[in-house]
Write a protein that binds this ligand. Structure first.
Ligand SMILES: Cc1cc2nc3c(=O)[nH]c(=O)nc-3n(C[C@H](O)[C@H](O)[C@H](O)COP(=O)(O)OP(=O)(O)OC[C@H]3O[C@@H](n4cnc5c(N)ncnc54)[C@H](O)[C@@H]3O)c2cc1C
Length: 323
């Protein structure tokens, strides 16, 4: 039997979609291989989480319990789980490629002296338990297949929005195991003073997204106004996030998020490989660029050659907006 462990990332009693998507993919693979799917979570009280994870397709849930797990901190979590991983020796450990998943998986892989395939967009497992991950390289120009032949466990982070989660089914059954963790001699360095939830939309689920590229300079207002008028959420390219004009959470591309929208409208992006890997699953793409040779037009269904600062006031006025 091949043992796969999935990190169940959760806030409150809801599980991050990416954890459920990984579980969905592993369940597909179960048709061909003898695979056990274990979800693991570090926290203070199990609540409904184990039942929810089982209803989405895990066979076994390990709840690692300690008062020190009241908030996420990579040092505490890695110390909290390393011994159990060494003892149980899972073949595979998968994490969502979220901020937390990347942080946790990277530190754990270093602690266990094993490899890590980052940001996988495909997952396959052969009958011997070898994990094959597809990882985009050079901004998505090719997909590298990564296999960790020797070190165990095989660890990978998996990109959000690639796989399908299963329908929730309350009648699914699974084993729930609670492991009390004693972190003897461990000195937790981080103290939680305040918890603040940022009001940032998850644009991977948005139907319409307007993307602000570097061509907008520091003048985002007309594009934001236009987005409001058409009921779209805002995404940005990396230079815009780099300049601190928008949160990193809405950066689109290989080191940002991947969109799944019905429509994406892009203003002022040159269409670098690192950016376009984030829009390849959008159904319909419209781009506006002043340069008729901009590479973004190679990835667009409608190409508008125009100065956005001349076009936008016209569009906004036509739609009854105000600038
Ligand atoms: C490891 C790595 C990871 C990266 N990850 C990402 C990522 O996740 N996301 C990302 O976006 N980038 C990423 N990048 C950066 C990426 O390579 C590009 O530098 C970036 O995407 C460029 O952003 P842009 O297209 O908005 O800007 P630019 O390349 O500067 O393009 C600006 C465009 O605006 C047009 N323009 C200028 N003025 C106007 C106007 N008035 N009206 C209309 N058009 C106008 C120009 O003609 C030009 O085409 C990454 C790079 C590296 C090395």
């Amino acid at each position: 039997m091949i043992n796969s462990w999935v990190y169940i990332e959760s806030e409150g009693s809801s599980i991050e979609d990416v954890s459920l998507e990984i579980i969905g993919r592993l369940n597909e693979l179960k048709n061909d291989i003898d695979l056990k799917i274990t979800g693991f979570y570090l926290g203070t009280k199990p609540g409904d989480l184990p039942r929810i994870a089982i209803s989405y397709g895990v066979d076994h849930f390990i709840f690692l319990k300690s008062d020190l797990f009241s908030f996420y901190d990579s040092q505490t979590f890695v110390n909290g789980i390393s011994d159990l991983v060494r003892e149980r020796n899972p073949d595979i450990m998968l994490f969502g490629a979220t901020y937390q998943g990347r942080d946790f998986a990277g530190r754990l892989a270093a602690r266990l002296k094993t490899g890590l395939a980052a940001n996988a967009i495909s997952l396959n497992i052969d009958k011997k338990g070898l994990l094959y991950t597809g990882v985009p390289g050079y901004g998505g120009r090719f997909i590298a297949e990564i296999v960790n032949m020797k070190a165990r466990p095989q660890i990978s982070t998996v990109r959000q929005g690639i796989f399908k989660k299963m329908e929730r089914d309350e009648s699914r059954s699974g084993e729930i195991e609670i492991v009390d963790v004693e972190l003897k001699g461990f000195n937790q360095k981080l103290k939680l003073l305040e918890r603040k939830k940022l009001d940032i939309k998850d644009i991977t689920k948005s139907e319409r997204v307007v993307i602000i590229g570097n061509g907008a300079g520091n003048n985002l207002k007309p594009i934001e106004e236009f987005a409001k008028l058409i009921g779209a959420d805002i995404g940005v390219t990396r230079p815009v996030a780099d300049r601190g004009l928008a949160p990193r959470d809405i950066q689109v591309g290989s080191t940002g998020v991947s969109l799944n929208s019905k429509i994406a409208i892009i203003f002022g992006s040159s269409g670098s490989n690192h950016f376009v890997s984030g829009i390849e699953r959008c159904k319909f793409v419209i781009s506006v660029d002043i340069d008729k040779n901009s590479n973004i037009f190679n990835y667009s269904d409608y190409c508008v050659v125009a100065d956005m600062f001349k076009l936008l006031p016209f569009l906004i006025k036509r739609m009854g907006g105000d600038l």
